[in-house]
Design a protein around this ligand. Structure first.
Ligand SMILES: Nc1nc2c(ncn2[C@@H]2O[C@H](COP(=O)(O)OP(=O)(O)OP(=O)(O)O)[C@@H](O)[C@H]2O)c(=O)[nH]1
Ligand SMILES: [Mg+2]
Ligand SMILES: [Zn+2]
Length: 294
């Protein structure tokens, strides 16, 4: 049972070894019990936990209820949906990094919303096409003009949605609009470097009026790979699915082989070049991992 009581609730944020748990008795500042440190267990934002409040000293996160899922990056638990945010411009989209983020969502098995923000600067049509073709639900948004925000808000209902993406793409701006208040700090993008300034420093969960929860997270510039066998990567590219079974070789890597149905679909334009490029790039990196690293 995940009842919110005076002594149980959800971790909204974790900063400097403190965890903030939303209980029926308000937000309680806690430490993690010592055993967690010994066992190298880290409570995560989104965790449902029980809290012990000793007569003196800190309240403690006592038990972490079993997680339905867990993300390595950003470090959150129990989400039902990922809003993968990319800007049509400023910062310039880096699809190699964005596609890595999407595989993280696929691996966790959550619903994925591709959010193309900043359509006031550049239409984002090409981006939308790439991801619609791949089979994603794509929303084109402008936090600046408030466009698409109602649709986004609708998709967040009854979900726990983690907002993830490069620094500066507008995650916090979108969330502030949804929430109708300046809940999160936002910061300008360096136009020359085409980089965000890493304004958001920690993950934070906020409850929406419509019953959903959203999590703002720090943006990133690059994105490491989960150590999986290279052969498992194709399953994380959803549009490869209907072709991958038809390759001539059963152990086809879909990178260079003759008779590869994925490459054939790529040549016919049924699979986008940028997606296949991201795949090849990740495949090569995973190939280099040693067996004991998996
Ligand atoms: N033109 C335009 N600017 C936007 C839009 N959305 C956000 N911005 C601006 O982009 C900059 C970065 O926005 P943030 O919301 O801080 O971006 P973020 O993704 O939270 O960045 P990090 O916290 O660093 O990960 C700010 O200056 C925003 O005002 C948009 O739709 N159009
Ligand atoms: Mg932010
Ligand atoms: Zn193939």
């Amino acid at each position: 049972m995940r009842e919110i009581t005076d002594t149980s609730g959800i971790i909204e944020k974790g900063i400097g070894g403190f965890y903030y748990v939303r209980t029926a008795d308000g937000l309680i500042e806690c430490r993690a019990k010592g055993l967690f440190r010994k066992m190298k267990i880290t409570p995560l934002v989104g965790d449902f936990v029980t809290v012990r409040r000793p007569e003196t000293g800190y309240a403690l996160v006592e038990d972490i209820l079993p997680r339905t899922n867990q993300f390595e990056r950003p470090p959150v638990a129990n989400v039902t949906q990922m809003a993968a945010v990319v800007a049509s411009a400023n910062p310039r989209p880096n699809l190699a990094v964005f596609d890595r983020l999407l595989t993280e969502g696929e691996r966790a098995g959550v619903n994925i919303l591709v959010c193309v923000n900043k359509t006031d600067i550049s239409s984002g049509e090409e981006l939308a096409k790439i991801y619609e073709k791949a089979g994603f639900d794509v929303l084109r948004l402008s936090a600046e003009r408030g466009e698409g925000i109602d649709t986004l808000a609708d998709r967040l209902r009854d979900n726990v949605t983690v907002f993830s993406g490069n620094s500066g793409v507008g995650k916090s701006s979108l969330l502030n609009l949804i929430l109708g208040r300046e809940a999160f700090e936002t910061g300008a993008v360096s136009e020359r470097a085409q980089r965000g300034r890493h304004t958001t420093r920690h993950c934070e969960l906020v409850r929406l009026e419509n019953g959903g929860f959203v999590i703002d997270t720090p943006g990133f510039g690059s994105f490491g790979l989960q150590p999986i066998a290279a052969s498992e990567l194709a399953a994380l590219f959803r549009e490869f699915d209907k072709y991958a079974g038809n390759c001539r070789f059963q152990d086809c890597s879909h990178t260079v082989e003759k008779g590869c149905a994925v490459l054939e679909a790529l040549n016919k334009g049924e699979i986008s070049e940028s997606r296949h490029k991201s795949y090849c790039n990740m495949y090569e990196e995973l190939k280099k991992l040693k067996e004991w690293e998996l």
